[in-house]
Design a protein. Structure first.
Length: 422
């Protein structure tokens, strides 16, 4: 098969003679058109990047000369370069864009130099160029993604090992060094409970996909909060997160804003508890935040970020002991009347507003009045009485904190007397 020619000269020979000069022009265009390459060290751009550009042009010259596709061996350097860019964190679209810039430059030079009677050879050369561009795209993408998977697997294992050590209170310096991570002087410990996204509802089409997308948005928002790798074990329903605080503990308002942004990004309600701790204090902080978020949910305090200081009284009331048992027993007469217990909780949470409580319970306000009166008869506690309200609040917290033994008949009867008698 006769060689493809340009100006009476084989195109392969013509391009090989220009490869060195063209590589400099291509590198300048890459830097101009793809800003991420400006962030690489100059010696790397003028050295390794320029070398791979020239290599790619010379492979294209051989493809023109032999009128064939590029071989696996000829694309080995491109694959190696792609793996290095993956390690450096250069985005894949920028890596592929650089090859497109080089191929476009080659086509522009070739087409400008072609004479009218060489159109057939130029068209054949264009087909070869596009075929090689496809080969390069496939080879570079595969090498890049394989390297990213390897790096992410190593990073994932490193993060998981560091988090496991922190949660267990074990020494972390050796683990962090092996994982290529740096332990922070403080960690923001968050326990999250993530509500469902509307698309997770049964019958919505793809609830599992919606849950995974929600989780990725949550992870992305948390990762953006810190320059250091965030440590987290979470799924679509929540979990535990350790955010490194290398620059010192962040302001509480910043953390509240983070949880609000994360909930907005997730498209779901988030209830969270947070604390800041040194590495040695992470286990206790994680235990405490888990208890706080559980308490917040059981007492109906709503969504957002909470700390121990926000629930000090309820937290103390929920501690095991005889006092909690006695408080919880105040409401034992309602144990067989769940509608009364629910009404009492909602009535208190609604600021003693019968209309608000009725709307939440989907009943008539008169029904709320009746139930509140019935509760007073059974327990001797009237939510509308200022002296009883603190005990009712405390009893609700104690009752939801854990199981309580049932009082004997005489004790229960004694509590069920006239209002105000306990």
């Amino acid at each position: 098969m006769p060689p493809l020619t340009l100006g009476g000269r084989p195109i392969g020979e013509w391009l090989a003679g220009r490869a060195a000069r063209m590589s400099g022009d291509v590198v300048r265009r890459i830097v101009d058109e793809l800003p991420v390459y400006r962030q690489l060290p100059r010696e790397e751009v003028t050295g390794e990047i320029a070398d791979i550009v020239e290599h790619n042009l010379r492979v294209l010259a051989r493809v023109f000369a032999d009128r064939r596709g590029a071989s696996e061996e000829e694309l080995a350097a491109q694959r190696l370069s792609a793996a290095r860019r993956a390690e450096e964190g250069v985005p894949l679209d920028a890596v592929l864009g650089a090859y497109h810039v080089g191929m476009q430059a080659a086509w522009e030079e070739l087409s400008e130099a072609a004479a009218p009677d060489e159109i057939a050879d130029v068209k054949a050369a264009l087909r070869l160029l596009l075929h090689m561009l496809r080969q390069v795209t496939v080879a570079v993408s595969a090498a890049y993604l394989e390297e990213r998977r390897t790096l992410e697997t190593q990073e994932h294992h490193g993060r998981r090992s560091l988090m496991t050590a922190l949660m267990a209170g074990d020494p972390v310096d050796g683990i962090a060094e092996r994982a290529g991570l740096r332990p922070a002087p403080h960690y923001v410990v968050l326990t999250l409970v993530i509500g469902p996204h509307p698309d997770e509802a049964p019958g919505s089409g793809s609830p599992k996909i919606a849950a995974r997308r929600k989780l990725r948005r949550v992870q992305g928002e948390l990762e953006r909060f810190t320059d250091e790798p965030a440590l987290m074990v979470i799924d679509a329903s929540g979990g535990t997160v350790l955010l490194p605080a290398a620059g010192g503990p962040p302001a509480w308002e910043e953390l509240c804003g983070l949880v609000d942004r994360t909930a907005k990004a997730a498209g779901a309600e988030i209830t969270a508890a947070g604390a800041v701790a040194a590495p040695s204090g992470v286990p206790e902080a994680a235990r405490q935040t888990a208890e706080v978020v559980d308490l917040v949910r059981r007492t109906g305090r709503g969504t957002g970020l909470f700390r121990l200081a926000d629930v000090l009284l309820d937290y103390q009331l929920s501690r095991p002991g005889e006092a909690r048992e006695q408080l919880a027993r105040l409401l034992l007469p309602l144990a067989t009347r769940p509608e009364l217990l629910e009404t009492l909780e909602v009535f208190v949470q609604s600021g003693l507003s019968r209309r608000k409580a009725a709307a939440r319970l989907h009943v008539h306000p008169n029904t709320v009045d009746y139930r509140v009166r019935r509760i007073a008869v059974l327990t001797g506690l009237n939510a509308a009485r200022a002296t009883d309200l603190p005990r009712i609040r405390a009893a609700l917290v104690a009752l939801r904190a854990g199981p309580v033994g049932r009082a004997g008949p005489a004790e229960a009867a004694g509590r069920a007397g006239p209002a105000g008698r306990v």
